[in-house]
Ligand binder design. Structure first.
Ligand code: C2E
Ligand code: MG
Ligand code: MG
Ligand code: MG
Length: 279
């Protein structure tokens, strides 16, 4: 019996692997076409300051409009884009579009708040990433302080290089946020060396507010840690009033989540900003 189960497990594993490789190959080819045909778009999700009660920025989230399969969320393709290196082209496109959009909004008189752009590990470790970012800022004439780069703790895989890139980005005036904070494997020893401006509490902790004391403890610790290090702290994935109230009582500076808005396309987001400003 044990033998039977074992071979079933192997068959199961094999069919999964075949499926995986098939899909992976398919996605890779599709991504190449998507880059050529411009199948990507940007969505924008507002961030709210709990101190001023005003919108204090937005995060850019990439969307892929597949001609046959509809809109594909980043969780389904960023990893493959990363493994194949295609993320470098996609990421550069996202950065440029985000800066162009922000510049336009500022020229239209919308608030001069920073726009946050996610950078994947591979993109962040590109040898010329600082040049890429500074030339996009130059080209779009966006003030560097209005661009915030979100990186995850995964950058601590190469501490020396990360320190170098972060220092250079900061010297050109760009802001840095540590995304999904608390979920990585890096030690506080590394993290505390990184010159960043903001910690972003991962949504997995936020989701458990009211259910798990552990998560609440971790959240309050991250908020205190941020403030001790003189950083601002934002919570992502805020969906309920209860979560917001908890975060506010703990002294969290900013929140982002479905409670305020899901990620919106640019015209919708512009409307959102205008309505908020009238109130
Ligand atoms: P992230 O940077 O941590 O982004 C937050 C994710 O949470 C987004 O998912 C957002 O839509 C979602 N979210 C926002 N508010 C809520 C909420 O209240 N509840 C819940 N359940 N979810 C919420 P999305 O857009 O699917 O992006 C997933 C991940 O893909 C991002 O996580 C980021 O790591 C990556 N990503 C997205 N856009 C880009 C990009 O342009 N470049 C790179 N390298 N990665 C990106
Ligand atoms: Mg992010
Ligand atoms: Mg995050
Ligand atoms: Mg995340």
């Amino acid at each position: 019996r044990a033998k039977g189960r074992g071979s079933n497990a192997v068959e199961y594993y094999k069919s999964n692997m075949i499926h995986y490789f098939h899909e992976h190959f398919q996605v890779e080819n599709d991504l190449r076409r998507a880059i050529k045909n411009g199948e990507f778009s940007l969505a924008f999700q507002p961030q709210l300051s709990l101190i001023t009660n005003q919108i204090c920025g937005e995060e850019v989230l990439v969307r892929w409009h597949h001609p046959d399969n509809g809109t594909i969320p980043p969780d389904k393709f960023i990893m493959i884009a990363e493994e194949t290196g295609l993320i470098v082209d996609i990421g550069e496109w996202v950065l440029r579009e985000a800066c162009i959009q922000k510049k336009q909004w500022i020229e239209k008189g919308l608030p001069t708040t920073p726009i946050s752009v996610n950078l994947s590990l591979r993109q962040f470790l590109q040898h010329n990433i600082v040049e890429v970012i500074s030339s996009i800022l130059e080209e779009t004439q966006l003030h560097p302080s209005l661009l915030k780069i979100e990186v995850t703790e995964s950058v601590s895989i190469n501490v020396t290089r990360t320190l170098e890139v972060l220092k250079q980005l900061i010297s050109i005036g760009v802001k840095i946020s540590l995304d999904d904070f608390g979920t990585g494997y890096s030690s506080l020893q590394y993290i505390s060396q990184f010159p960043v401006h903001e910690l972003k509490i991962d949504q997995s902790f936020v989701k458990n507010i009211g259910n798990r004391q552990n998560s609440e403890g971790i959240i309050s610790l991250i908020i205190r840690l941020a403030h001790v290090m003189d950083l601002t702290v934002i919570a992502e994935g805020v969906e309920t009033d209860e979560q917001r109230t908890y975060l506010e009582n703990q002294g969290c500076d900013k929140v982002q989540g479905f409670l305020y808005s899901k990620p919106l396309i640019s015209t919708e987001y512009e409307q959102f900003l205008k309505q908020i400003n009238i109130q």
